[in-house]
Design a binder for this molecule. Structure first.
Ligand code: ZN
Length: 88
């Protein structure tokens, strides 16, 4: 679930109207989904954000790097720190 639209920009930048619309979408959940995807296609690149209906946070998401046709896992140092803290 989500919304998409286009911008006449090479790399699209969300406008204040976009941010307001996305936050409104999260407030008015009628989907029963956990997340909503917000896509803006520019003239050369598209960008994607995901909104969390529980936390109401909206974050940009990225495609993982592909090596020889296989997506490479991205390690997040902050998550490693979180795991170490849990063991103590
Ligand atoms: Zn827009």
């Amino acid at each position: 679930m989500g919304t998409w639209h286009t911008h006449p920009q090479r790399i699209p930048e969300p406008s204040k109207i976009d941010w307001d619309d996305w936050h409104q979408t999260l407030k008015e959940d009628r989907t029963g989904c956990s997340y909503a995807f917000f896509i803006i296609a520019g003239t050369h690149e598209a960008r994607v954000w995901v909104g969390d209906y529980i936390t109401m946070e909206i974050s940009e998401i990225f495609e993982c790097q592909k090596v020889k046709g296989i997506y490479k896992r991205v390690l997040d140092n902050s998550l490693e720190g979180y795991d170490n803290n849990k063991k103590n």
